[in-house]
Design a protein around this ligand. Structure first.
Ligand code: AMP
Length: 145
């Protein structure tokens, strides 16, 4: 199963924010879209960073409420790990587990083509495993009968 299969189900919408947006406005964006992370982009689908609720929590704990009026660029992660649509879902699951992040932007020619969360990936993997289990069980039952 490929990441393109995940995107076919969930769509290719990616919520992006400009680097100079304030952290307060980022909170509003995350709440409005009911998401946990946004891609930082200067436009035209470029990936210039990623910022998640964890970055906000850490910054608030370290520097207090003053962070809310600061630009998103100050708390975002600039080295973003991305995947291509033909990436294997199991490999992306491993990537997320290994590096302890829950979001991965999907890019084609350095431009955003979607985003997957750990929830999207786990959902697809469960479906994949259910199909495999059912096929194996049918095979065994067929063999024995
Ligand atoms: P998350 O688990 O996605 O909320 O993110 C945990 C931490 O990893 C935060 O500091 C994020 O900015 C960072 N992060 C999230 N996704 C990625 C990614 N695809 N590449 C690099 N860092 C990421």
């Amino acid at each position: 199963m490929r990441i393109s299969d995940v995107l076919r189900d969930k769509g290719d919408l990616v919520v992006t924010v400009a680097p100079d947006l304030t952290v307060q406005d980022l909170l509003t964006t995350l709440a409005e879209h009911r998401i946990g992370a946004a891609v930082v982009s200067t436009g035209a689908g470029s990936v210039d960073g990623i910022v998640s609720e964890r970055d906000i929590v850490r910054a608030l704990a370290a520097r207090g409420a003053a962070v809310l009026t600061e630009p998103v660029a100050g708390i975002a992660t600039s080295h973003v790990r991305t995947v291509r649509p033909d990436a294997d879902v199991a490999d992306v699951e491993r990537l997320m587990t290994e590096h302890r992040f829950r979001h991965v932007p999907v890019v084609v020619n350095d431009r955003l083509a979607g985003i997957v969360s750990i929830g999207d990936v786990v959902k697809k993997r469960i479906t994949e495993l259910e199909v495999e289990t059912s096929a194996l069980s049918g095979y065994i039952t067929g063999e024995l009968s």
